[in-house]
Design a protein around this ligand. Structure first.
Ligand code: ZN
Length: 358
């Protein structure tokens, strides 16, 4: 017990020393590298709002990959607030882009503690490096049919609240959508815990989300108004959603496009965060910078900070690839994303080719 306490105290002391040293160099960072996000990050950092600081440092770092302070502080702040996955991505970039520096050495030390794939990457394992398509057994499952996989992946939840059970027609329409997904993607989902769970309403699936708003939505919205959500590798699909102006539940059967979009998020999760990979994020920031000013408001949902923007663009591009959006408003934004994120589209197409989608 005593040994442990001493060790922790030492660790904190070391951390504080590092922090002090780096804070000084941070404050003296040349103006040339201090973009708007960097300045915002610095403000949050000084107010000890590390989570917000992390998001802005990360954005600054991705926009200006030569800015070692932004990269270091993004990783460090993510780590500090327990955003492990984000911290790993940022530390990996730091280690790769600034080899031999003190910051890279610290990144490597942190990675060996928090990144389960770090040792495999160090040892040169190709599956660990490319993230994830390497050990998929698509070839060994040639005899698998879309119908088999669909029946395995689609699950139907009984009603638990005041809404009726989902109807046979609704189940059929979802199964048709799933069966039309390219086979290698279904195999990927099957191997990585993917699921399509149909419930009367998304909130019947997990009551904890009942009064919270989906990311990027106004705070007055709630999941009850959502036709589908993604929870890790699972897509939760509702037959009914709340119409907040009338207080009535209405059918979602015309919103199959949303299911396709959420499938994009599930695929992203099955690949351990494809949209957080450096190649995709790099493509994203190049595309994002060229989105015309007059469209930035319309595409705000796809231009969210940190990992949200890339993950929404990836999901929407997958949605287009699976047949696209179905309601007019979303169709229009889907087309805009398709048009204005060509480098991301290329990354997605490369991924699909790697998976064996023709
Ligand atoms: Zn989304």
């Amino acid at each position: 017990m005593a040994v442990k306490t001493i060790r922790i105290t030492k660790l904190i002391a070391r951390l504080i020393t590092t922090l002090t040293v780096l804070t000084c160099s941070l404050l003296m960072a040349p103006q040339a590298i201090a973009g708007q996000d960097y300045d915002t990050a610095l403000n949050y950092y000084q107010q000890k709002q590390y989570e917000k600081a992390a998001v802005h440092f990360e954005t600054a770092s991705l926009r200006a990959p030569g800015n070692i302070s932004a990269n270091y502080y993004a990783a460090y702040c993510f780590h500090l607030v327990g955003k492990r996955q984000e911290a790993i991505q940022s530390y990996r970039r730091l280690s790769k882009n600034f080899p031999g520096t003190r910051e890279a050495r610290q990144a490597e030390k942190a990675l060996s503690a928090i990144d389960p794939q770090y040792k495999a990457i160090q040892a040169g394992s190709p599956a660990a490096q490319t993230g994830n398509t390497g050990n998929l057994n698509v070839a060994g499952r040639k005899k698998e049919t879309a119908e088999n996989l669909t029946n395995r992946l689609v699950k139907v939840q009984k009603a638990t609240g005041k809404l009726a059970d989902v109807t046979g027609d609704f189940i059929k329409s979802i199964k048709e959508m799933v069966a039309a997904i390219p086979l290698p993607i279904l195999v990927l989902m099957d191997e990585r815990g993917g699921e399509f769970d149909i419930a009367p309403s998304v909130v019947e699936h997990d009551l904890r989300i009942q009064n919270t708003a989906p990311r990027g939505w106004g705070s007055e919205s709630s999941w009850k108004e959502s036709p589908a959500v993604c929870s890790g590798t699972k897509v939760i699909i509702a037959q009914y959603k709340l119409n907040s102006s009338t207080g009535e539940y209405v059918t979602t059967e015309t919103e199959i496009g949303v299911v396709r979009h959420e499938t994009g998020h599930a695929i992203d999760h099955c690949l351990n965060g494809f949209s957080t990979r450096e190649s995709f994020r790099h493509a994203y920031y190049l595309d994002e910078a060229r989105v015309p000013d007059e469209l930035r408001g319309r595409l705000a949902y796809f231009l969210q900070k940190s990992t949200s923007g890339p993950s929404e663009v990836f999901a929407e591009l997958i949605c287009s690839r699976l047949g696209g959006e179905t309601d007019n408003y979303r169709k229009e934004s889907g087309d805009l994303v398709y048009k204005h994120f060509p480098l991301c589209r290329k990354e997605m197409e490369n991924l699909l080719a790697e998976l064996g989608v023709k």
